[in-house]
Design a protein around this ligand. Structure first.
Ligand code: HEC
Length: 188
């Protein structure tokens, strides 16, 4: 039964193809340019940006993104919990909300990606693309490298139009005022 239905669909498809050989017979395919904001939303979802850039609420099932603070980065009021510095190296530490990471590179805090002034509000599209393609903090020359675990090496390989779409989407989301703590070099 299942096979027959599949075969029927395949045959119908083949017939449609064969019936449509000359361009005059074929309806023009509707090429819809995807809205950059929608494309950006999709790329942010599949790119996992919320995993690190959205604060979480802790539940019995583990951390769940708090979408009322979507993509606003490490919360300013959340201090780095004390830790034994001898564990860093053999271990990499993550805060429960996954917005702060401690490793051999130092302590990094996921950035505020919302269009607030404390986020990317004053960033140009060019800066945004350069930050992700070249791993340069704020997309400027002569700035520090962007630190782990921000996966700019992979994200920077997205098609440039996708990076621009991500920028367009981030500019469209609600701004959340949150001054993320500055990166701290490793404790000696
Ligand atoms: C595994 C965690 C993680 C993921 C996933 C992640 N980020 Fe980040 N991101 C970070 C951290 C941590 C920082 C801060 C790095 C620093 O201060 O050097 C950061 C910083 C940034 C910055 C600011 C860089 C700068 O100039 O200082 C941008 C822009 C950014 N991320 C965009 C994105 C986008 C867009 C995505 C999804 C496509 C994404 N990130 C996914 C962890 C992550």
């Amino acid at each position: 039964m299942h096979t027959r239905i599949t075969l029927t669909i395949v045959c119908a498809g083949l017939f449609a193809l064969s019936a449509c050989t000359k361009s005059a017979d074929c309806p023009e395919p509707e090429v819809k340019a995807e809205d950059p904001v929608q494309r950006g939303q999709f790329m942010v979802t599949v790119g996992g940006c919320n995993d690190c850039h959205t604060p979480k609420n802790m539940t019995p099932q583990g951390p769940v993104p708090d979408m009322s603070r979507m993509l606003s980065g490490h919360p300013s009021g959340e201090p780095v919990a004390p830790y034994d510095k001898n564990t860093v190296g053999p271990w990499v530490l993550l805060s429960p909300g996954l917005t702060c990471a401690v490793g051999p590179w130092g302590t990094s805090f996921a950035a505020n990606l919302t269009p607030s002034e404390s986020g990317i509000g004053s960033w140009s599209e060019e800066q945004f693309v350069k930050a992700l393609q070249e791993g340069k903090h704020m997309g400027m020359d002569n700035t520090r490298p962007i630190m782990p675990p921000m996966p700019w090496q992979e994200i920077g390989k997205f098609d440039v139009n996708d990076l621009k779409a991500i920028y367009a989407y981030l500019k469209s989301i609600p701004p959340v005022d949150n001054v993320v703590p500055a990166y701290m070099p490793p404790v000696q």
